[in-house]
Design a protein around this ligand. Structure first.
Ligand code: GMT
Length: 386
C-alpha cells in the first residue's frame, strides 16, 4: 500500500455548500485546520457559502454532473465518488473528512475501495450532523446505505450526545462513535450593537426577535410567527426572519393573515449573520428536531437569549432558565409566555444574555480542533504501521 505521510496533513473535506449548519461547521473546521498549517481541499458541487477566504493552504474542487439525456435522475453520488478518487490521487490526500452521511459518506466509502485497487489507503472520517440520521436515516430507502457507510468509515463522529443516542437506536452500528460537539469561532462574533443597523429595524423602545434557518418544514417557521404575534401584543417588538426555503411563503402569508405588516421583516439569505444577531434580544428556534442547533449557539455567541424547543440536542446548547427557555415542540403559548417574561424583565434578559455568551465560550473552536486533529493523526499513524 502507498502511504502518504507528512508532518502536516493534506485533508479532503466534503460538505454541502448550501445554507445550513453542516456546511458551516465543515467550512470553519477546514479554515481553522489550514491556519494550523494543514492543506485543506474542499470538495462539493458548489463553493460552500461561508468559504470566501482563500489562502495558499485552501483549495476548492467542484463536482460537476454532466447533463446526459438518458438519466431521469443525475447520479451525483457517482460523480462525487470519481472526484474524490481524482482529488485523493492527485493531491495525495492523507485523510478524507466527510460531513453528512448521504451521499457523502457512501461516496467516500466507494472512493476508498476504488483507491485501494490502485494501492492507496485513504482513511475516511464521517461526521453525522442530524437530518442524515433523524430524517433520512428513518427512511427505509436510505437506511441500509447509511448503516453501511457508517460502519465502513474509519472513524465516526456526531455533533451531540443526543445524535449519538439516536444513531445507535436506529442503526446496527459496529463502529465506535465519538461525540465532538459543534463549535464556534468566538472571534467572529460581535457583542457590540451597531445602533445604526438596529435603528433600521426597530426604535429604542422596541425589542428585536430573530429567527434564522433554511425555512424547511422541520424548522416550524410558522410557530415563530405565531409566537411573535402573541409577544407583540404584550411587548413592543420587531421580528427579523433571516434565510429562505420551502416554508417561507406560508410564513409570509400567515403574517399577512395576522395583520403584522411592517412588524415582521423577511430578509432572505444573509451571509454575515453576526451583525444581525448582535442587534437581537431574543433568538427563537422552535424546531421539530435539531441534532444540535448551531444557529442557537451563534446567537448565544452574539450575547442573545434563546427561546427554543427541547427536542434533540438543543438542550445541550440552550440551558433552561440560564441562557434561555425550552418548551415542547409546538407549544407556542409557552414559548410566547417565556419570551414575554424575558422581555418584560430587563435584568433577567441581561443576565440571560451574559450567561448565553459565557456558555457559548465553552464551545470554542480552540477546544474542538485538537479532537479532530487527534482522530486524523491516529488514523494516519495506524495506516503507517499497518
Ligand atoms: O438543520 C438543517 O436543516 C441543516 C442541517 C445541516 O445538515 O446543515 O443541520 C444539521 O446540522 C447542524 C450542524 O451540525 C446542526 O446544528 C443542526 O441541528 C442539524 N439540523 C437538524 O438536526 C435538523
Amino acid at each position: 500500500m502507498i502511504v502518504y505521510m507528512t508532518n502536516k496533513l493534506r485533508i479532503g473535506i466534503v460538505c454541502y455548500p448550501t445554507y445550513g449548519g453542516s456546511g458551516v461547521i465543515a467550512t470553519e473546521l477546514g479554515i481553522a485546520l489550514s491556519e494550523e498549517g494543514h492543506e485543506v481541499h474542499f470538495i462539493s458541487y458548489d463553493q460552500p457559502f461561508r468559504l470566501d477566504l482563500f489562502s495558499e493552504k485552501i483549495y476548492y474542487h467542484e463536482v460537476t454532473v454532466p447533463d446526459y439525456p438518458l438519466f431521469e435522475y443525475a447520479p451525483y453520488e457517482l460523480n462525487l465518488t470519481s472526484k474524490l478518487v481524482d482529488v485523493a490521487m492527485h493531491e495525495k490526500l492523507n485523510i478524507l473528512h466527510v460531513h453528512y452521511a448521504i451521499p457523502h459518506a457512501s461516496a467516500a466509502v466507494n472512493a476508498k475501495q476504488i483507491l485501494a485497487t490502485y494501492g492507496i489507503d485513504l482513511p475516511i472520517v464521517t461526521t453525522l450532523h442530524g437530518t442524515d440520521i433523524t430524517l433520512l436515516g428513518k427512511d427505509k430507502s436510505f437506511q441500509p446505505v447509511i448503516e453501511y457507510a457508517i460502519n465502513m468509515s474509519d472513524a465516526v463522529t456526531v455533533v451531540s450526545e443526543d445524535l449519538k443516542r439516536e444513531t445507535l437506536e436506529y442503526f446496527n452500528i459496529k463502529k465506535e462513535i465519538q461525540t465532538i460537539s459543534n463549535f464556534i469561532d468566538m472571534s467572529l462574533y460581535q457583542k457590540t450593537v451597531d445602533e445604526k443597523l438596529r435603528g433600521n429595524f426597530a426604535n429604542k423602545e422596541e425589542f428585536i426577535i430573530t429567527h434564522i434557518s433554511n425555512f424547511r418544514k422541520v424548522k416550524r417557521v410558522k410557530d415563530v410567527v405565531r409566537i411573535f404575534d402573541k409577544v407583540n401584543r404584550e411587548v413592543p417588538c420587531k421580528l427579523l426572519m433571516i434565510g429562505d426555503g420551502p416554508e417561507r411563503l406560508q410564513a409570509e402569508e400567515l403574517c399577512r393573515e395576522l395583520g403584522m405588516g411592517s412588524r415582521v421583516r423577511f430578509l432572505g439569505k444573509i451571509r454575515v449573520i453576526e451583525k444581525m444577531l448582535a442587534i437581537s434580544d431574543v433568538f427563537v428556534l422552535p424546531s421539530e428536531t435539531e441534532s444540535f442547533g448551531l444557529v442557537a449557539l451563534e446567537a448565544m455567541a452574539s450575547e442573545t437569549a434563546v427561546i427554543s424547543t427541547n427536542s434533540g440536542g438543543i438542550s445541550e446548547v440552550n440551558i433552561e432558565g440560564k441562557t434561555g427557555f425550552l418548551s415542547s415542540v409546538g407549544d407556542v403559548d409557552k414559548m410566547a409566555e417565556d419570551t414575554i417574561t424575558l422581555l418584560k424583565d430587563r435584568e433577567l434578559l441581561k443576565s440571560f444574555k451574559i450567561n448565553a455568551l459565557a456558555h457559548a465560550k465553552s464551545f470554542s473552536i480552540q477546544d474542538v480542533l485538537p479532537k479532530y486533529n487527534a482522530i486524523y493523526l491516529g488514523l494516519c499513524y495506524i495506516k503507517k504501521n499497518r
